[in-house]
Design a protein around this ligand. Structure first.
Ligand code: B16
Ligand code: MG
Length: 216
C-alpha cells in the first residue's frame, strides 16, 4: 500500500525545461555552436554541472573547471531571470487537484528534484505548503540515477521506501526510483521511461482512486 508520493519537479509539476533550454542555448551561442531542442532532451533530470558537461561535449569544447563554474553561474543567472515571473498558471494540468486529492486521503507528499532552484519555483507557483518534505539539488551529492534524492525524501517523511511512489519524467529519475526500491509512475511517453510500473501522459485523468486500484 502506498503511504507517500514523491514528485520530481521539472516535467512533472511545471515545465521548466523550456526555460533551461533558452538559457543553455544562449551559452552555446556564445561558445559558437547550435544547441537544439533534441539536445536539450538529454539534460532532463540531470544536474547543472553535468548538463554543462554534456553541452560542451555536443559543441566539442574542452574547458577547465574554473571556466565551467563561471559558465554554469551565468546560465543560472539567466535562468533565474526567466523563472522570476513564473506564476501558478504554469503548474501542469491536473497537478494541483491531484495534490489536494492526496492530502485528503492522508498520503504524505515530498519533492525530489535535482534542481537547486526548486524551493524558489514552488514558492513562485504557491505550491510549497502541499509538501511535507522538500529535497532539492542543494541537499544531495549524487545525481539521479543514484537513489539519494528519493531516499532522503522517504527518510524525512519517515516512510519505508517500499511504501513510496515516485512520479518522474526522465529516464535517470525512473532508474533512481528503482534503485531506491520504490514504485514509480512515468510522466510522458513509454519509450523514454523504461522500467516504470505505469506511464501516464499527465495528471489530468489521474486521481487517488486510480492510484489505489493500481497499487492494492
Ligand atoms: P538547476 P528535476 C532538473 O530538475 C532539470 O530537469 C534539469 O534539466 C536541470 O539541469 C536540473 O534540475 C538542475 O537544475 O540548474 O535549477 O539546479 O527534473 O530534477 O526537477
Ligand atoms: Mg524532471
Amino acid at each position: 500500500m502506498i503511504e507517500a508520493c514523491i514528485f520530481d519537479l521539472d516535467g512533472v509539476i511545471v515545465d521548466t525545461a523550456r526555460y533551461h533550454y533558452i538559457a543553455w542555448k544562449n551559452i552555446a551561442e556564445d561558445l559558437g555552436f547550435v544547441f537544439s531542442k533534441d539536445d536539450n532532451e538529454r539534460l532532463k533530470g540531470i544536474g547543472r554541472l553535468e548538463s554543462l558537461n554534456i553541452l560542451l561535449q555536443i559543441g566539442n569544447i574542452n574547458l577547465e573547471e574554473g571556466e565551467k563554474n563561471r559558465l554554469a553561474t551565468i546560465k543560472n543567472e539567466f535562468y533565474l531571470k526567466l523563472i522570476e515571473e513564473m506564476k501558478p498558471e504554469e503548474i501542469l494540468p491536473g497537478v494541483t487537484n491531484f495534490l489536494k486529492d492526496l492530502r485528503k486521503n492522508k498520503i504524505r507528499i515530498a519533492l525530489g528534484s535535482a534542481s537547486k532552484n526548486a524551493p524558489f519555483i514552488l514558492e513562485r507557483t504557491n505550491l510549497t505548503t502541499y509538501f511535507d518534505a522538500i529535497i532539492d539539488g542543494n541537499m544531495v551529492s549524487k545525481a539521479k540515477p543514484d537513489p539519494e534524492v528519493f531516499l532522503k525524501g522517504a527518510t524525512q517523511l519517515g516512510i519505508e521506501p517500499t511504501k513510496c511512489l515516485v512520479f518522474e519524467d526522465a529516464q535517470a529519475g525512473i532508474e533512481a526510483a528503482i534503485n531506491a526500491g520504490m514504485h514509480c509512475i512515468g510522466i510522458g511517453k513509454h519509450e523514454n521511461l523504461k522500467g516504470a510500473d505505469f506511464v501516464i501522459p499527465g495528471f489530468q485523468e489521474f486521481n487517488y482512486d486510480r492510484l489505489r486500484s493500481w497499487y492494492l
